[in-house]
Design a protein around this ligand. Sequence first.
Ligand SMILES: Cc1cc2nc3c(=O)[nH]c(=O)nc-3n(C[C@H](O)[C@H](O)[C@H](O)COP(=O)(O)OP(=O)(O)OC[C@H]3O[C@@H](n4cnc5c(N)ncnc54)[C@H](O)[C@@H]3O)c2cc1C
Length: 567
Amino acid sequence: MGVVPFPVLFAVDDDASSLRDIERELVDRYARSYRVVCASSAQEAMVELEALAAAGEDVALVLSAQRLSQTTGGELLGKVRDLHAHAQRGLLIEWGSWGDGQTAGEIFEAMARRQIEYYVIRPSQSPDELFHQSVSTFLLEWAHARRVSPHTVHIVSESWTGRGQELKEVLGRCAVPHAFLLADSPRGRAVVAESGNGEPLPLVVFPNGTVLADPTNLELASAAGATIDPDRREYDVIIVGGGPAGLSAAVYGASEGFRTLVVDDGGIGGQATSSSLIRNYLGFPRGVSGRRLAESAYEQAWVFGAKFAFMHDATAIRREGDRLHVALSDGGEVSAPAVILATGATYHRLGVPEIEALVGAGVFYGGPASEAPTTVDEEVYVVGGANSAGQAALHLAEYARRVTLVVRADSLEKGMSHYLVRQVEGTPNIDLRLGTEVVGGGGGGDGWLDRLVLRSRADGIAESIEADELFLMIGARPNTDWLPTELAYGDGGFIRTGVDLESDGAWPLEERRPFSLETSMPGVFAAGDVRHGSMNRVASAVGEGSIAIKLVHELFAAEQIHPRDRV
Ligand SMILES: Cc1cc2nc3c(=O)[nH]c(=O)nc-3n(C[C@H](O)[C@H](O)[C@H](O)COP(=O)(O)OP(=O)(O)OC[C@H]3O[C@@H](n4cnc5c(N)ncnc54)[C@H](O)[C@@H]3O)c2cc1C
């Protein structure tokens, strides 16, 4: 067997002394695991990068000087993804140059056009830890996209759909890096031969050697490190939903000394885990994946002492005396004087049977968080006209040969922010099909999606086209089915709260007014996307989660509840 070459770290700069500094820093720190290749001009860089692509070598990172004699760093880096689909791209700038308007403008433009992932300050004297922090952040992103991070869990299954796909979703919801292998693929066969021992498929192989054969969701989540059992029955505050709103409430609740329980029917992060890159969340200038944000928030809540019960549905809520009781899907019950509903929303289904049968096998609901890097050279379709669909199309366009955005409305502006419309329209490998809907499709011999039927809403003409992947992002409904019908709901079934309730007499108490996020069931609050009038953004969900805890304090003061005195 041939030796697998090290992945390449590539740098280009036509200033010889500066290139030497970069090469020195890269070689000194990374030469044991990566091969460092440097080029002294844009032309030489393109020739080298093409040769590396032709030789099938893996390029992990390309760093380019901001200004090169024949082109700009942004333009050069913009071409890298066509050759090396998973390469991270950093624009090298001088320390302090972000203060000059031109550099700031170039960085903004290059990021908006997705030519670069981020900028990097040139290394100065060795060892330059700031430079290495940037490089290792790039390498971590590359390792995740390439599925070479050491903690990857492998699922081996006979087909793309069915139980294997369900297990994949469970790991996704628990924010565990994972890779899916078909049992009759070369890697699938190798993993089964090494770990299978004749066990039934699907097989889940953990980095520590643990092997689970056809596990239940609970067994899988537990083996992946998720806590699944509430360790007590009485809490000060119970949060239903572990998305951004619930996690924020957990961090604030636990940090302020409340005995806090988060119940979620899956794992952490909610819808946010399907967002590949959230660029508008405060404090993350290079953007943050929803999964990474959820992992950090979970850790933060956990170190403050919040408890989690994953893989549990809340199935009912009722008041008994001064406590609210939440029933769980395992038949158990937990109680607290305050409950925060942070159950978010779920995507509408397309309702086309041939498409529904291929969910997991080329058809995905929600954004392409983990699928995007696997769409290199593919024909990809995204259905939806809102911001999330626009973001998904842009993200996919970095890998796929062509992305077609299918929108029912006759204009993008109706549902998408202006900045995203600009980016979508300015991306050469994104096509737009306005006034169009998906009405059919089917899979090939391997059971994976291979065609879609699109129909024009104007003339009703249907057309069958080739497609490798379909991402559906067609609106959402609130997760409220389990709640009492007497709770006050607004348009679309979202939960009404606060002053909204007083205007039409839905608030039942005379002795006090509702708190701003309180529902028509006193002591029960709603935060995030499930709430009528919410902003449907991570930041607003996080804000509401923290406000809900402040209101729980006020509730306890008003009702003279002293939670910490209870045993
Ligand atoms: C693809 C995509 C891209 C996005 N991009 C961005 C972006 O760039 N910027 C941005 O600001 N926003 C973005 N959003 C929106 C953002 O993710 C949501 O606004 C945010 O996640 C809402 O948080 P939440 O906590 O209210 O609800 P959710 O994230 O929906 O979480 C709710 C949780 O509650 C659980 N749950 C539901 N019912 C029950 C029950 N009965 N029992 C137990 N658990 C239950 C759910 O399984 C889920 O885990 C994006 C959304 C998507 C889908």
